[in-house]
Design a protein. Structure first.
Length: 188
């Protein structure tokens, strides 16, 4: 007994293909953003290395060299932290796109299953109500489990984001403190 018509099978295959290509495009968009970020970081780093090398060659005494190194550390640390934040943002936004696709597919599939069960229940023989009640209960339980997982995942993402922001703030403050101490030591 085939429950799907050829038109429904074709529509399902088309939807699956659209989903595959949609997700693939989203993955490539995220990859492109990471490549662009890495190219920008490489260009910027190369320019900074060249600039710092030129400055180091013009230094006349060790104190001046220590001060130069100390002054270069703060921007470097900030850039590393900024890079990490941007990588996280790219990964997070790509993951969010995948989650939207998954949620839409789940909702559509859930609706199809519910419609199928309802259609079968209408044509079911008398006495099969208990079996359909069990199916309805299973569908409701699956939906509840899915919603719980969604909420838990969202909470985990929010906690991770909060922890990353706290770590970046702490690292930035520590780097500033270290640079200030090194600068003071170089002046002595």
């Amino acid at each position: 007994m085939n429950l799907l018509t050829p038109e429904q099978t074709t529509a399902t295959q088309k939807a699956n293909l659209d989903t595959l290509f949609g997700l693939t495009n989203k993955a490539f968009e995220g990859f492109e953003k990471l490549v662009q970020l890495n190219l920008e970081a490489a260009k910027s780093t190369l320019a900074e290395i060249q600039d710092n090398a030129q400055k180091a060659l013009s230094v006349k005494d060790p104190q001046e060299l220590l001060a130069l190194q100390a002054s270069a550390m703060q921007p470097f640390t900030e850039k590393v932290l900024s890079y990490g934040r941007r990588v996280y943002e790219i990964a997070s936004s790509t993951q969010a796109e995948f989650a939207k696709f998954a949620e839409a597919r789940y909702e559509a599939q859930s609706h199809r299953v519910q419609t199928l069960v309802d259609d079968i229940a209408k044509n079911a023989p008398t006495g099969s109500e208990a079996a359909f009640a069990v199916m309805q209960s299973a569908i409701a339980a699956a939906n509840t489990a899915y919603e719980t997982v969604q909420k838990t995942t969202q909470q985990a993402v929010e906690i991770a984001e909060s922890n990353i922001n706290a770590a970046v703030t702490t690292a930035s403050k520590a780097a500033r403190h270290d640079v200030e101490q090194t600068s003071r030591a170089a002046r002595k």
